[in-house]
Design a protein around this ligand. Structure first.
Ligand SMILES: [Zn+2]
Length: 203
């Protein structure tokens, strides 16, 4: 194995090291990075929860913690076995993901919405954006991740005390809690080269 692969060596990777050194090699010439290829990790419920390196994914499969749902077309050979490298794995037991939602704040809403008015799409400095309650507070709308969006002053005035439908204004996208939204986004970016991820990330 190349020294680079030792980078992600955690406690569990010793298992893979034991199984695959010293004779282990990725199948084709130039595939030394195959073990570092990103693998999508699904919860037992098929919900995407993480991305890890193929090497770690393989360890999870070998330990019986996860199973391969999709393969990436590469093989890993050792003296004794040839293993297909996974592209998507799924945990066999449901793992409760701690709710690490970020604090609801103006700064984080603007960060989530990338300083883009969610009605007209204009990108502005934070000082020129306000927060819009999609369902106005006076109509029972709450101050939550799902009901607050970045909004320019012009759109905010135009919308006034109306719902988007009443104001004939369409949201660019449905507002979501920060963590789920951003982590899915990052997973999508990483998985752009891997078609096998798509069905799990709801493209
Ligand atoms: Zn606007």
């Amino acid at each position: 194995m190349s020294p680079r692969m030792e980078h992600d060596a955690g406690p569990t990777s010793r298992l893979a090291a034991g199984l695959f050194t010293p004779a282990a090699t990725a199948h084709r010439a130039g595939d030394g990075h195959a073990l570092l290829a990103p693998v999508l990790v699904l919860n037992a419920s098929y919900e995407p929860i993480n991305v890890c390196a193929a090497r770690r994914a393989l360890v999870l499969v070998l330990k019986g913690v996860a199973m391969t749902e999709e393969e990436n077309g590469h093989f890993l050979h050792s003296a004794r076995v040839a293993m297909r490298l996974p592209s998507v794995i799924r945990l066999l037991e449901y793992r409760r993901i701690p709710h690490q939602s970020r604090a609801l704040s103006r700064k984080n809403i603007l960060l989530r919405d990338r300083n883009t008015c969610q009605y007209c799409g204009t990108v502005l400095p934070s000082s020129e954006l306000t927060l819009d309650h999609v369902i106005p507070r006076s109509r029972g709308g709450s101050s939550t991740w799902e009901n607050l969006v970045a909004c320019c002053h012009a759109c905010n005035r135009r919308k006034g005390n109306q719902t988007p439908i009443e104001a004939h204004m369409k949201l660019m996208r449905e507002p979501r809690a920060f963590n789920l939204h951003t982590s899915r986004h990052i997973m999508r970016l990483m998985g752009r080269s891997d078609d096998k991820w798509r069905k799990y990330l709801f493209y």
